[in-house]
Design a protein around this ligand. Structure first.
Ligand code: NOJ
Length: 549
């Protein structure tokens, strides 16, 4: 197999958060029949692959990331047949489909955990991470470890007077991956879905799989607040709970398992936290024999300027040379809507799309980004996201400030509002007389698929043009990337070559910034502005991005 042209290196991915995508049954919740009905939309927009957030049986305390049965659909989302139908229909529409795999933890209502917590000598006891508390009286947690959310990560359980470890929320107990039985059980989950035809997995908080075998305290760190490029917060690092060598080695075992399925080759993308250099380790040292790739969240803290994007691109290119491939992602169901982070500036959003869909790497678009959906303003007392609960009583100005600092991480309702399909009540997400599980964003009368599909200068029109060009121009999917020397373009323009085409992106409100000379005589293949295709290049408009030949 030619690894340079394997499908996942060429695909653009679309993330579906099923609860908020499309309600096929009329109860105000998105579901599997709804997603199946909208597969043609995803394909016609120009995406090649879909990542679906979890839809398995779950108490929905973390909206599906707390799984109680890895083999069955949550009844509110559909049936087990619907899952198979989803895979089949995706393939019929020439889409690859990857599932979300939560290996780190289960729900506390998973039968394994119910058994595990029932007694010290239960056969499932060692399936989770249990420890005695510290003396005197064992009333203190076993060590200082905090969860990814900054709270105490150990939960006391009265039945057996011990504590269990939960790297995320308290009702998501961590599985004990040092137990071979856990490995066996979870590997059979993976095999089950690979045999059912799924094309791969997005691996939820994969960096937290193992924690220190000796349960040593996490060391001091000088940082108060969390950041995209490091774990830990509140003056504690996450050295003993994140990205352990055992976890990095585990990525290779996963890859070996998934590589047993060759027709077609399958794909693994990991969600891990740390610098791009740290998380790259999951992909293998010299060969790409670990995870196929990992999300790189440093993008989210990059200022929207040409020099900052140049630096970031150079960095990812240096870290991910062939056979490695970087991921380019700017939003998901946990983060502030990217258009809101860009100040609601639609031309900036289009420029970002032009970058993401032409730079070397795998683009991931979160549902709604392609129409420029914005963050839903949420009343903190009504937030449904469990992460927000401890912050409910904060004065609103403080809540908003922490939201801003953390990029929306303390209440994720705002980026999960229903997908905006039409200008009708409820934006066509669910019937007009039904209340959707989260309010629809108030801008839905202008910002929706139906309206934007009619206007070629919309954000949606821009995505479609660039996705279409990606399909037509092989070099945009497979050619190496060559950044233009800064002297070739004005300082606020980022330029690069991919095979025979040149991409120019103007990160400024000024039109025609200097030095167009080397590109005079080129033809515009596509632009963030509608109606420029096929015209001779005459300089860049404000915030304009073009591909030239
Ligand atoms: C990361 C997921 O993206 C997030 O939505 C979830 O709450 C946590 N992992 C826990 O599974």
């Amino acid at each position: 197999m030619d690894t340079k042209t394997v499908w996942w290196k060429q695909a653009s991915f679309y993330q579906v958060y099923p609860r908020s995508f499309f309600d096929g049954t009329g109860d105000g919740l998105g579901d599997l029949p709804g997603l199946i009905a909208k597969l043609p939309y995803i394909r016609d927009t120009g995406f090649d692959a879909v990542w679906v957030s979890p839809f398995f049986k779950s108490p929905q305390a973390d909206f599906g990331y707390d799984i109680a049965d890895y083999f069955s659909a949550a009844p509110e989302y559909g049936t087990d047949e619907d899952i198979l139908h989803l895979i089949d229909q995706a393939h019929r529409h020439s889409l690859k489909i990857i599932f979300d795999l939560v290996l780190n933890h289960t729900s506390d209502r998973h039968p394994w955990f119910i058994e595990s917590r029932s007694s010290l000598d239960n056969p499932k006891r060692d399936w989770y991470v249990w420890r005695d508390g510290r003396k005197p009286m064992g009333r203190k947690p076993p060590n200082n470890w905090r969860s990814r959310l900054g709270k105490r990560g150990w939960q006391y359980d009265e039945t057996t007077d011990q504590w269990y470890w939960a790297a995320f929320l308290d009702f998501q107990p961590d599985l004990n991956w040092r137990n071979p039985r856990v490995r066996e059980a979870m590997f059979s989950v993976i095999r089950h879905w690979l045999q059912a035809g799924v094309d791969g997995f997005r691996l939820d908080i994969i960096g937290s799989i193992f924690e220190d075998a000796d349960f040593r305290d996490n060391p001091f760190s000088p940082h108060l607040l969390p950041a995209e490029d490091r774990g830990g917060m509140f003056f504690q690092s996450s050295d003993r709970t994140d990205n352990l060598p055992e976890t990095v080695a585990f990525a290779k075992d996963l890859r070996a398992l998934v590589d047993e399925y060759t027709d077609p080759p399958r794909f693994l993308v990991g969600e891990a936290f740390g610098t791009a250099g740290t998380v790259k380790a999951y992909c293998g040292e010299r060969e790409n024999d670990g995870l196929n790739t990992v999300f790189l969240f440093e993008t989210l803290q990059t200022p929207f300027t040409a020099p900052a994007f140049r630096k970031l691109t150079e960095r990812f290119e240096a870290l991910f040379p062939e056979p490695f491939t970087p991921v380019w992602v700017f939003g998901n169901h946990d983060r502030m809507r990217v258009l809101t982070a860009l100040g609601g500036h639609r031309d900036k959003m289009k420029l970002l799309a032009a970058f993401q869909l032409t730079v070397r790497g795998i683009p991931f678009t979160y549902q709604g980004e392609e129409i420029g959906m914005t963050q839903l303003e949420t009343d903190q007392r009504r937030c449904q996201d469990p992460v927000s609960f401890p912050y409910r009583r904060l004065p609103p100005f403080l809540f908003r400030l922490i939201m801003k600092i953390t990029g929306g991480a303390i209440c994720r309702d705002g980026c999960r509002s229903p997908m905006q399909w039409t200008a009708e009540t409820n934006s066509g997400f669910c019937p007009p007389e039904v209340q959707p599980w989260l309010p629809v964003c108030p801008d839905f009368r202008e910002v929706n698929v139906e309206t934007e599909a009619r206007e070629s200068d919309s954000v949606y029109g821009c995505y479609r043009r660039f996705l279409d060009l990606r399909h037509r121009f092989e070099e945009l999917r497979t050619a190496p990337m060559e950044l233009l020397p800064p002297g070739d373009t004005a300082a606020e323009v980022l330029g690069y070559r991919r095979g025979g085409v040149t991409v120019l992106l103007n990160f400024s409100p000024q039109g025609r910034p200097g030095r167009p000379a080397p590109f005079a005589g080129s033809t515009i293949c596509v632009s963030t502005r509608a109606g420029r295709e096929g015209k001779p290049f005459d300089g860049l408009g404000p915030w304009e991005g073009v591909v030239l030949r």
